[in-house]
Design a protein around this ligand. Sequence first.
Ligand code: NAD
Length: 489
Amino acid sequence: MVSRVIPVDPFDLVVFGGTGDLARRKILPGLYRRFLAGQIPEGSRIIGAARTEMGEAEFRGHVGRAITEFVASAKRSDDTLRGFLGIVGYAAVDARGDDGWSELAALMRRDVVQAFYFSVAPSLFGGIAERLHRFAIATPASRIVVEKPFGRDLATARALNATLAAHFDESQIYRIDHYLGKETVQNLMAVRFANILFEPLWNARHVDHVQITVAETVGVGGRAAYYARAGAMRDMVQNHLMQLLCLIAMEAPYRFEPDAVRDEKLKVIRALQPVSPDDIVRGQYRGQAKKRGGAGNSFVEDVGDPASRTESYVALKVEIANWRWKGTPFYLRTGKRLRGRESEIAIVFKEVPHSIFEDEEDWRENVLSIRLQPNEGMTLSVMIKEPGPGGMRLTEVPLDMSFAEALGEEGTDIPDAYERLIMDVIRGNQTLFMRGDEVEAAWAWTDPITADWDRRDDRPRPYDSGSSGPEDALMLLHRDGRRWREIHE
Ligand code: NAD
């Protein structure tokens, strides 16, 4: 199989926050990998822009170190690294003042694709957007990429949208959710809409329930200050899990094009029912002494606030009020310091209406499991007869499609979500980016939930680091006669 890479036009990409953590770990190494893949056309430039005063050579040194640290050595070579650094430039700008902006303006070209990646705190978005215009840097064809968090509730998201809209048209704004850049997530759309097999079963008549799990083993790490105010609901559910839910639940768009896809996702968010407090479990991880094999501090120690009521785990049951999904719950859970690092969507189908086999105990449901990490891929579990002379005993076997295996050599080189999304920005394709109204609708659904916690001063349930989450989260499914899928270590 020959991989087809859609070519892009030469571009100027300015990375605001080019010296920051996200740029160092994801954006710059990702761009280097695309350079290696031959996808960055000649004449393109990548310009770091940040507050720190430094020269081009110093920034190139910083980029080189980031690539050495975050790109596998087998993929690097001195030649390609030199070639890549040759297209890297730097401009010191202050997003809160006018210093450096004229110099940045002088660097930019108007006859190539222009993209500006706002990899900075959202409080700086407005200052950057305004100066891109006042200094005549941006053109009506420029694109801007904005990072999460996109607000912390509906009011702040609206304000952020209004700030950006004052200077850019919606068609120029790319709100990034890196979950949408994952190979598997896009494959989910291919599997649903390019095969006749699944769609007839993709509804409440045949799907018993859906589980979406995003489990992390890490704690809050270096993001304690942000996380202490955000929590799992705002940091993960409102955006990433919600986007995954939309892709599972949406109707077929009339065409695979940006607004057609985003219109269908928006309809799903609008059909979400309010969630009753009985259908939500919040948790906070407890510490475990490192010398006993535990993962260290507790959540309250990590955020430095013994009275913190912020959740590091949340599980909830979500109902979608439309014809397709009425009666099929979607169970969502995400948390930190859990026993494994695993992201999975599981479509659990109903049992056959009547079993003709006596061996009832062996019966299991068909499950379509879509793994985002680790080992991106899909597995469909089906029941077959256990081989051998032991009579008609049933056993479950997986029909496994691991992308890395299925695609051979190429599969091992699946681009990281960030690289794919950045190239989509250069191509001008907004399909995998969130539209402003989608983000607002998601906050409109989340706000009553978080407001209720604040009103009741709700206290999250403790759970052990390295466990599968609070006991009460198990009950959320048990009381419906179901169980969570295992989180593997
Ligand atoms: P960071 O603190 O490491 O870097 C911030 C960058 O902003 C630095 O380059 C700094 O020089 C620049 N900056 C700060 N003040 C400035 C000013 N006045 N003018 C110009 N530049 C200024 O932050 P980060 O972790 O890289 O995160 C950047 C954005 O990406 C944030 O919105 C964050 O929420 C988001 N994000 C980060 C991650 C991550 O893994 N780091 C993940 C998802 C989203």
